[in-house]
Design a protein around this ligand. Structure first.
Ligand code: IMP
Ligand code: MG
Length: 185
């Protein structure tokens, strides 16, 4: 698939199909439903990348579920993480005493989720778990793991199913590797 951008032609290669994603998200939802049987759950999505995953995952959890969203500083228009995480939007509801699942598109270095986990833990939730659709295990610099992980992927830059490059491609139904001829971006 090729999509013409403003200055470049980005090449997209499908890495994980929409069918594979749907099956995996259903499995993850079933596991979460079993793990929290009889309890209620608050999903906290990390904006904006986790929105599509959260929407699908929430519908596979057969429990009393509420949502909230949190936003942190992101890659911006670069592919490299700055190493610094800043909170741009906090949760609207209190997390104290609640079962929380932090929902993220991808675990990369682990800096973002380490920061968010520490921040939320300070507010004394009853349980705090991490659900990540993708995991780039080889990139991890922080000692953090996902409790519910969809797919381990190689160290390649991916877009689609919520993940972006400079805000584009979030709407692709499949997870695709973004391959570019240019090394300068
Ligand atoms: P971490 O803090 O390094 O774990 O980075 C997590 C964040 O980096 C994710 O929420 C994504 O926004 C972004 N990210 C990491 N890898 C990719 C990728 O391959 N494509 C798009 N965004 C990515
Ligand atoms: Mg993100």
């Amino acid at each position: 698939m090729q999509i013409a951008g403003d200055k470049s032609l980005d090449k997209l290669r499908v890495l994980i199909t929409r069918e594979q994603i749907a099956n995996k998200v259903a499995e993850m939802g079933a596991r979460i439903t079993a793990d929290f049987a009889g309890q209620s759950l608050m999903l906290i999505g990390v904006l904006k990348g986790a929105t599509i995953f959260l929407a699908d995952l929430a519908r596979q959890i057969k429990l009393d579920v509420t949502f909230d969203f949190i936003a942190v500083s992101s890659y911006g228009n670069a592919r490299q993480q700055s190493g610094e995480v800043r909170l741009m939007k906090d949760v609207d509801q209190s997390v104290e005493g609640k079962n929380i699942i932090l929902v993220e598109d991808i675990l990369d270095t682990g800096l973002t989720l380490t920061y968010l986990k520490n921040m939320l833990q300070a507010h004394q939730p009853r349980a705090l778990k991490i659900a990540a659709l993708l995991d780039k295990v080889s990139r991890r610099t922080e000692p953090i793991y996902g409790d519910y992980v969809g797919f381990e992927i190689p160290d390649e830059f991916v877009v689609g199913y919520g993940l972006d490059f400079a805000e584009r491609y979030r709407n692709l139904p499949d997870v695709c590797v973004l391959e570019s001829d240019s090394e300068t971006r």
